[in-house]
Write a protein that binds this ligand. Structure first.
Ligand code: 6GU
Length: 250
């Protein structure tokens, strides 16, 4: 998968060289390209913002550098996917809520472009114009306000990337994640343990050492339900009738 990130702070993305994503980039599974928006300014001060039309606080990102940046970046298709159209992601607190479902869908795309806004956001005509050439999605990572789209982009890129074949060491582990579609749909993951079996007076639950795989699976499901009920009760209430069985809801 190719991912282009346009930002005024390319250094913000240094963590993409580390760990799982760093390895995926080295192996070629992930082709992440960073672009400094100021490359597409033409004045002495590399201006990217201006005061909001209609007044009000803060600054708005000017459309011209964004238009040129998107033309340059999206005009250059990934090798072997010349026919591919990029999907433009606009991280914004006013976007639709990003979920594991979005991540699963986006992980099937050949090419994503993230446009990181700062200040009060990007002139709305940029999204309007981009939508004439490619699919555009506004996404928020939660109900709080960040200083810019960079950290939200890191969150989304990591969430999508770890779903790509070959990125996780154990391909089964993504399916067992909290929120993953499949077995654990809308349930949180329960507690996990490793050796030593007794530590500072706390014991690993004996069922996990019993060798009874059926009992282990039943215990894990019960613990998932217990944790979901405690930390995210709305997930159980939102589940289709009978989703967890009558016994589970009690
Ligand atoms: Cl994507 N951007 C900003 N600036 N704030 C956010 C966000 C995005 N998602 C939640 N808060």
């Amino acid at each position: 998968m190719r991912i282009d990130i346009i930002t005024i702070f390319p250094d913000y993305f240094a963590p993409l060289d580390l760990s799982l994503l760093g390895k995926a980039r080295e192996s070629g599974i992930l082709d992440i390209r960073l672009h400094d928006l100021r490359t597409w300014t033409h004045d002495r001060h590399n201006t990217v913002d201006d005061t909001p039309c209609g007044g009000g606080p803060g600054m708005v990102m000017k459309p011209e550098p964004w238009g040129e940046a998107l033309d340059a970046v999206t005009g250059d298709a990934p090798a072997g996917a010349e026919e591919a159209t990029p999907r433009l992601i606009l991280p914004t607190p006013s976007g639709a809520g990003f979920t594991q479902k979005h991540a699963e869908r986006l992980s099937g795309e050949p090419w994503l472009v993230f446009a990181c806004g700062r200040y009060e956001g990007i002139d709305a005509r940029v999204a309007e114009e981009a939508a004439r050439h490619m699919p555009v999605e506004e996404l928020s990572i939660g109900d709080y306000v960040l200083a810019g789209g960079e950290s939200a982009t890191l969150v989304m890129v990591e969430t999508v990337s770890r779903l790509l074949p070959g990125v996780l060491g154990n391909t089964a582990s993504a399916q067992e994640d909290s929120f993953a579609s499949g077995g654990m749909d809308s349930l949180l993951e329960g507690p996990v343990y490793t050796r030593p079996t007794s530590w500072r007076g706390h014991d690993v639950p004996p069922v996990l050492l019993s060798g009874d795989h059926g009992a282990v699976e039943r215990w894990r499901r019960d613990e998932s339900l217990r944790k979901t009920a405690r930390n995210r009760p709305e997930l159980l209430r939102a589940a289709p009738e009978g989703e967890f069985g009558r016994r589970d809801q009690e």
